[in-house]
Design a protein. Structure first.
Length: 199
């Protein structure tokens, strides 16, 4: 279903001559997010579908031929199995905590949502290596973290970035203490200043 929606979005965007960058600007998101949506690699909320429909000046449902509808006949015993997906609020904190480990950390059942992709962008900007093992499994290696500052253009687009501040700063300090004492002191000062500003 997500792939069909993505294809419909890409087709309509092409019809009206809008680039991915332009659509991203209207939706206040990143171009990489639009690319993931069009490839069917990102889940969409009803709110985001509404915004995309408005930006493309056409209802997304009408773009999709043969769209499905379901009639629920209740009052019967339900049975079967479903896959329980990972929670956004949990995985953001797990990703932030993963940089505190010396060895690579493998995280499974990662939800395919925009906040997760943005958190990955922040980690990579700081110097971490984030490897996608499969669709919902990530491996985070923080041994290369050297930059104590968050990528502001990415961070300001979602509130969850705040959970990464302390762990990134701590890891950057630890990695730099033996290499560059000045950087370590500067990082500590910035972290204290940020803590004061957040009160």
């Amino acid at each position: 279903m997500m792939k069909r929606i993505g294809e419909a979005i890409a087709a309509r965007r092409g019809e009206i001559g809008m680039t991915q960058k332009e659509l991203a600007h209207v939706l206040k998101t990143s171009q990489s997010a639009i690319a993931r949506i069009e490839q069917g690699e990102q889940n969409l909320t009803a709110e985001m579908l509404t915004k995309i429909s408005a930006a493309l000046k056409k209802d997304l449902i009408s773009l999709m031929s043969g769209s499905s509808s379901f009639i629920i006949d209740g009052g019967r015993m339900l049975e079967g199995t479903i896959a329980v997906r990972g929670a956004k609020n949990s995985v953001l904190k797990i990703l932030a905590a993963s940089v505190l480990y010396e060895n690579p950390v493998t995280i499974t059942n990662v939800p395919l949502i925009e906040d997760v992709f943005r958190m990955i962008e922040l980690l990579e900007h700081a110097g971490a290596t984030v490897e996608r093992i499969d669709e919902r499994t990530l491996r985070v290696d923080s041994s290369g973290i050297h930059n104590p500052e968050l990528h502001m253009e990415v961070a300001k687009r979602f509130r969850g970035s705040i959970v990464l501040v302390a762990s990134i700063a701590n890891t950057a300090v630890c990695h730099s203490q033996n290499k560059n004492t000045a950087l370590a002191k500067e990082t500590t000062i910035r972290t204290k200043r940020l803590k004061c500003l957040s009160k």
